[in-house]
Design a protein around this ligand. Structure first.
Ligand code: FES
Ligand code: FES
Length: 162
């Protein structure tokens, strides 16, 4: 990352497996960069204050709030969005389970919720129901009351243990 003569920085990062180099406005948030510069609009923007989880993405394998991180801070790192996870078997299982359990209504929270749920499936396959609830507690949903979402994730974990 190198500073330009103005408020822009030249930044290279890996997004969904592909190297991307752009001159980025130094104060642009990662989620805005992903959506506006790269057209990856699967991740949503809700509160813009790190509260709702709609903007959840992964950076170097860890879930982060895309509205709290500057795009320039992602320089040299690996960023994965819901689009990048779409080919994974885990995500396909989660999507089917969300559908089966009616775990979405308006769908606004769903991409962020799925990225967080994907992290549970991959990194916490033995999570209890309470641990699932805790892990998803940073992702707000105004529609479902959460039970169906937890049911869906729990069903995927159970199916993968058999
Ligand atoms: S938009 Fe980032 S946490 Fe709400
Ligand atoms: S399904 Fe509408 S906010 Fe979650």
């Amino acid at each position: 990352m190198s500073a330009g003569p103005d408020r822009f920085v030249d930044t290279t990062l890996v997004v969904n497996g592909a190297s991307v180099t752009r001159r980025i406005e130094a104060r642009q948030h990662l989620i805005d960069f992903l959506r506006e510069e790269l057209g990856l609009t699967g991740s949503h923007v809700g509160c813009e204050h790190g509260v709702c989880g709609a903007c959840t993405v992964r950076v170097d394998g860890r879930i982060v709030r895309g509205c709290l991180m500057l795009a320039a801070q992602a320089g040299g790192r690996r960023v994965d969005t819901i689009e990048g996870l779409s080919d994974s078997g885990e995500l396909a299982q989660l999507q089917a389970a969300f559908h089966q359990h009616n775990a979405l209504q308006c769908g606004f929270c769903t991409p962020g919720m799925l990225v967080a749920a994907h992290d549970i499936v991959v990194n916490h396959p033995d999570a209890t129901r309470e641990q699932i609830r805790e892990h998803l507690s940073g992702n707000y949903c105004r529609c479902t009351g959460y039970q169906a979402i937890v049911d869906a994730v729990e069903s995927v974990l159970a199916a993968r243990r058999t």
